[in-house]
Design a protein around this ligand. Structure first.
Ligand code: ZN
Length: 130
């Protein structure tokens, strides 16, 4: 398993890690297979979405905030909104690999989703040949 390290800039942010994932695939030398990208955190997640218009990620974060506001829940740490958002977006994505490259749609990017930053975070990448 390879690791990607990220310093997130704010309490909430979506950080494009497509380039880092591509580098891991390239480094592996694997031509065909799958790539699992996994976030080992309970207040951060990962998703694939549009990487062309940056307002899309702003809209995703603001919509999640409307659904799950940063208010007081039972959890005493005070960050339950972040735990709930992390569960909603999920903790892994799987991408196909062809010709030693992740297969993504024209407008797709892989986003690390921070919901309780800023923090130093980690993403695991496992590349499986087929
Ligand atoms: Zn917590």
């Amino acid at each position: 398993v390879e690791s990607i390290y990220i310093n997130t800039p704010a309490r909430e942010a979506m950080i494009d890690i497509t380039r880092e994932v591509k580098e891991e695939v390239k480094k592996s030398g694997i031509k065909e297979g799958i790539c699992v990208v996994f976030v080992p955190h309970t207040t951060a997640g990962i998703t694939i979405n549009e990487n062309a218009d940056p307002t899309v990620k702003e809209d995703i974060l603001s919509a999640l905030d409307k659904i799950i506001p940063h208010i007081s829940f039972k959890h005493l740490e005070g960050n339950s909104d972040a735990h709930i958002k992390a569960s909603l977006v999920g903790s892994s994505v799987t991408v196909l690999i062809e010709n030693n490259e992740p297969v993504l749609g024209t407008w797709q990017g892989i986003y690390f989703c921070e919901f309780d930053g800023p923090r130093k975070r980690k993403v695991y990448v496992k590349i499986i040949p087929s």
